[in-house]
Design a protein around this ligand. Structure first.
Ligand SMILES: *Cc1c(COP(=O)(O)O)cnc(C)c1O
Length: 492
């Protein structure tokens, strides 16, 4: 935090005596706390944070002086230091996790929170959060019940599976399946499926934590049924098929169909598990070839695992469907308690899944599905209206043009699929496009776009309709001359 000196009075090289003089004029924490300007900060944030923020501001200034930074005596007046401390206090008190405008066009963006929930889902979360609930209470029998029962019925209805289980996320679902069926034994996986997702989910690592041992078969691009067959031995417990959701091996490839794998495994008395990653429950053209939960169950898989917040469009969760015996064993495993799902997730997931009972309604109400299914004409109209609003807000500070571009589904799904999309392409008149992107990350709410050929592209597909006004104000603010000068964090 270099102290900006906008008065132009600072000097580059500072004499030692000068520096001592400045250090002596630094106010004490007590002086800052006592300054008239700071009373409001103490009132708003409490004495503890106000005191720590004052100390932080003074320490920062001291470091700046010792580092030879430009500054003058005015910067060290209690009121000026109080303004710095107020900004630091506000930064601490402000929620770090907050809403933003996703203008990247990536619909299921893991870094930006994956799926936006349907209003039905958030209402359900609020209802069970503001009151006690029958989370583990059987209202009919008047005694203890199971949290799993609330969600099983709807999942079974939608998928046709015998039974279902929901855990914290899909990584946990895979871990639990391995621990329940293959601890201390072997699991056969095709080499082409030893995937890593988002840097933290690696099939070999998950396998190691479950104490199952991995047996790799085939090569990166080709695995045959006979490869699996030859690897089956006394210690084999499971055949695991992993959907390579975030990359594709194209060209000279061969894999084994899930139904063939299931048939082989069952002949040898093994458990067949399919990690689908995203899991598709609705028939939407934008989903292309993404494998559906139904196909997997029809193929005879014992346990199918998938995420709640990828293409499903619900809360973070790991959903397991399959036959009653295997799901029952997973529910009874001690790890199930460690990865159990909370009541807010159950409420949001139940409400999201209920929308799937009528597929047209699901596409209308679940934002992830709506964005992926949005008609080209409608998307173009929305983008075009945004371009007009943005251009009239920024005037000659920048040029905003309507353009066609490709957007990605994201979320480790459909790696090769690009959807035609419409973007607002912004060329700033007097700042660099990197500077514009940085300023938009600092607006409230922040706006995240993507830079392409010296322009900032704001993709209409992922901008929520009720965030358009916020986006317009953000761009106006980022391009206004007033935004030039000291870094925004020093403006309070
Ligand atoms: C995304 C993904 C996971 C991890 O799911 P989370 O819900 O993020 O834990 C596991 N396997 C596959 C194939 C995936 O695509």
């Amino acid at each position: 935090m270099a102290a900006a000196d906008n008065s132009g009075k600072g000097s580059a090289g500072r004499a030692g005596g000068d520096r001592k003089q400045l250090l002596r004029s630094l106010p004490s924490v007590e002086e800052v706390l006592a300054s008239a300007a700071y009373a409001e900060v103490v009132e708003k944030f409490g004495r503890r944070l106000a005191t720590n923020a004052a100390r932080e501001a003074i320490d920062g200034l001291r470091a700046d002086i010792l580092g030879g930074g430009d500054m003058n005596a005015d910067d060290l007046q209690p009121a000026a230091v109080a303004a710095r401390a107020a900004a630091a206090a506000a930064r601490t008190a402000r929620p770090s996790l907050r809403p933003l405008v996703n203008a990247t066009g990536v619909v299921v963006h893991t870094n930006l929170g994956r799926s936006v929930l349907a209003p039905e889902a958030t209402r359900a979360v609020e209802a069970v959060s503001l009151s006690y609930s029958n989370l583990e209470y059987d209202l009919e029998a008047g005694r203890r019940g199971s949290r799993h029962d609330h969600i099983t019925r709807i999942i079974v209805e939608l998928t046709g599976a015998e039974d279902a289980l929901v855990v914290n996320n899909n990584a946990a679902a895979v871990l639990l399946a391995l621990a329940a069926f293959a601890a201390g034994r072997e699991v056969i996986v095709s080499r082409g499926e030893l995937i890593e997702i988002g840097g933290s989910f690696r099939i070999p690592d998950i396998m190691a934590s479950s104490t199952a041992s991995l047996v790799e078969v085939g090569t990166t691009n080709k695995t045959k049924l006979s490869d699996y067959e030859q690897a089956i031995g006394d210690r084999t417990a499971m055949l695991l098929h992993v959907h390579t959701s975030n990359y594709a091996v194209v060209g000279f490839t061969a894999g084994v169909a899930v139904d063939e794998l299931a048939e082989l495994g069952h002949r040898h008395g093994l458990v067949i598990a399919h990690d689908l990653g995203s899991g598709v429950l609705a028939d939407i053209p934008a989903f292309g070839d993404e494998p559906s939960v139904f196909d997997s169950l029809r193929a005879g898989v014992d346990v199918v695992t998938f995420s709640g917040d990828k293409l499903l469009g619900g809360p973070q969760a790991g959903i397991v469907v399959g036959n009653a015996e295997h799901i029952g064993r997973m529910k009874a495993h001690p790890l199930a308690r460690a990865v159990r799902v909370d009541k807010m997730t159950l409420a949001a997931l139940q409400a999201t899944l209920a929308l799937y009972l009528k597929p047209e309604e699901a596409v209308e109400r679940i934002p992830t599905l709506r964005m992926l299914a949005e008609d080209q004409g409608a998307l173009r109209d929305r983008a075009s209206a945004m371009v007009e609003q943005l251009q009239s807000a920024v005037g000659d500070a920048g040029e905003v043009e309507l353009e066609q571009a490709a957007s990605k589904v994201g979320g480790g799904a459909l790696p090769l699929l690009e959807l035609d999309s419409w973007v607002c392409a912004v060329s700033p008149a007097s700042i660099s496009v990197d500077e514009l992107a940085a300023r938009l990350r600092d607006t409230d709410p922040p706006v995240i776009g993507r830079i392409h050929k010296e322009r900032l592209l704001l993709d209409a597909r992922t901008v929520l309709p009720d965030q358009v006004d916020a986006l317009v104000s953000a761009l106006e603010q980022a391009l206004s001359p007033a935004a030039v000068g000291p870094p925004a964090e020093n403006n309070g």
